[in-house]
Design a protein around this ligand. Structure first.
Ligand SMILES: [Zn+2]
Length: 497
């Protein structure tokens, strides 16, 4: 969400049915020059500067040399967008603008100065891209290859769509394919350990099966960008935008089940929430937008035979174990329970899928996506008692673990739980590759680690006490241990006997 800044536009006159915004983008010497012409924006409208997006804050640092010039009933604005971070491409900078001499990848929230507009406000936006010949362009509104002439894109509709848009250009390789009656554009840059064709094939399959889930044949255009993290960065991440999502993943890892699950998550976001309605209070419905997406990302892979039952139960068990941690796990645990309640109450006639499709079908009648609307959609399939327990869960109360899953072989068994304990100083390990403050009696010590050991390679699943920490030391020793500390009692975990 943006912070409104106190810059006031000068009187630009008349209120018009549509605000007209004309943007011109010119990459130059590793920066992106942006010129804006605003017309038909109400008097004294605030200007919004990028401030926070995803996990990134302080984004106004990327905006330089801003000038605002009022002129007869319009306003002109110019600024330079600079990449305000250095070093390798990595998770901690994923949400910041990426701008260098060979490409840029930005979105409205992290790079675009714009008037403060209601999400429902009608706008007529043009985006003019003055790109070097040979650069490719891939945005929420289309894709093209530059021949050196300006490329124009136009969007007319609700500001919400522009507010959530993304824009990429440069040395991306464009792969276009027909998916149903629409076009999928995959824009990739940098090396990966898998082929472009393998990535395109898997993403196509996920988009098709999710269109099938939502009963939405109408996806005329969809963009996926895929960019590499620097070698040695093992994580993956993505964000959803209008008609698009972006992905970052390791440049030296194969196309894993984890990456497939992430892509399934981001694809699901194309509908939840982007096609379900406008969001005015993002934080308050994260249990639904992120939690329910987390519930479906692996369920849909399993139902379509893209992963096996064991690979499906693993994230379900994580959700049940860690439901207190974040809206992702809490919301997913609520979805798991609610799906069971709806199926049980209707003897299998309905499920949580019915709620999701109702919300999709009702998007025109009720264009805002709010807690009220989500709860009303659920209430059609749930009795008063279930709604009461749902409200209590949303207020931080307990979430029940259902006795049955859609994977019918799965049964819950009580399993001992532990606090995550690395057994040493986390920062010292990550920043200096040293074993420091090794805890006496910890699993790390029992595995043979010694104070001051130097570490050459590591694999750690943070906050997951079921996966071993693997450390390779500079002297060639390899150690492996479960990062388990204090016992926390027991929780149910599903197994197929
Ligand atoms: Zn998400």
């Amino acid at each position: 969400m943006n912070l409104w800044v106190g810059l006031l536009l000068p009187a630009v006159g008349f209120a018009e049915p549509a605000s007209r915004l004309h943007y011109v983008f010119t990459p130059e010497a590793g920066k992106l020059r942006v010129a804006v012409l605003l017309e038909g924006v109400r008097e004294e409208t605030d200007l919004v500067l990028p401030s926070a997006s995803g996990e990134a804050a302080g984004l106004e640092r990327g905006i330089a040399a801003m000038r605002l010039t009022p002129a007869k009933g319009r306003a002109r604005l110019a600024y330079e967008l600079i990449q305000d971070w250095q070093g390798d491409s990595r998770e901690s900078v994923r949400h910041r603008p990426h701008v260098d001499a060979s490409h840029f990848e930005i979105n409205t929230a992290n790079a675009i100065v714009h008037p403060k507009l209601d999400l429902a406000q009608r706008v007529d936006c043009t985006f003019e891209w003055r790109l070097p010949a040979g650069w490719t362009l891939a945005t929420s509104f289309g894709a093209a290859v530059s021949n050196g002439e300006p490329i124009r894109q136009r969007f007319r509709g609700a500001w919400n769509e522009v507010q959530n848009a993304m824009f990429a250009a440069g040395d991306f390789r464009l792969l276009r394919s027909k998916v149903g009656n629409g076009e999928l554009v995959l824009a990739l840059r940098g090396p990966f350990a898998f082929s472009d064709a393998e990535a395109a094939g898997k993403i196509e399959k996920l988009i098709l099966l999710q269109r099938h889930f939502w009963r939405d044949p109408n996806v005329p255009y969809f963009l996926v960008t895929l960019s590499p993290f620097a070698p040695g960065q093992s994580s993956s991440g993505g964000s959803g935008f209008t008609n698009a999502f972006n992905l970052y993943t390791s440049s030296d890892a194969p196309f894993s089940d984890g990456l497939l699950s992430l892509i399934s998550h981001e694809t699901f976001h194309a509908w939840n929430p982007l096609k379900l309605g406008r969001i005015r209070h993002e934080q308050s419905i994260k249990w639904f937008t992120e939690g329910f997406t987390t519930f479906y990302q692996d369920l849909l892979l399993w139902q379509n035979n893209l992963i096996g039952t064991a690979a499906y139960l693993e994230p379900v068990n994580r959700i049940v174990r860690e439901q207190s941690r974040s809206p992702y796990e809490r919301g997913a645990a609520i979805a798991l329970w609610l799906d069971f309640e709806i199926r049980r109450r209707s003897s299998g006639k309905f499920s949580l899928d019915s709620v999701m499709r109702d919300l999709y079908e009702g998007r025109r009648k009720h264009p805002d996506l709010s807690n009220e609307r989500i709860l009303a959609a659920i209430a059609r399939y749930a009795n008063a008692g279930t709604m009461q327990r749902l409200r209590a869960a949303l207020d931080g109360g307990p979430i029940e673990t259902p006795p049955k899953l859609r994977a019918i072989c799965a049964e819950p068994r009580m399993v001992a739980m532990y606090e995550f304990d690395l057994g040493m100083d986390r920062a010292a390990l990550l920043e200096t590759n040293r074993v420091k403050a090794l805890a006496a009696g910890s699993e790390a010590e029992r595995a043979g680690l010694r104070e001051g050991d130097r570490v050459r390679g590591m694999s750690i699943h943070w906050n997951d006490t079921g996966k071993p920490v693997k450390l390779t030391l500079t002297d060639g020793r390899r150690t492996e241990y479960l990062p388990r500390g204090r016992a926390l009692g027991s929780v149910p975990q599903y197994v197929c006997p």
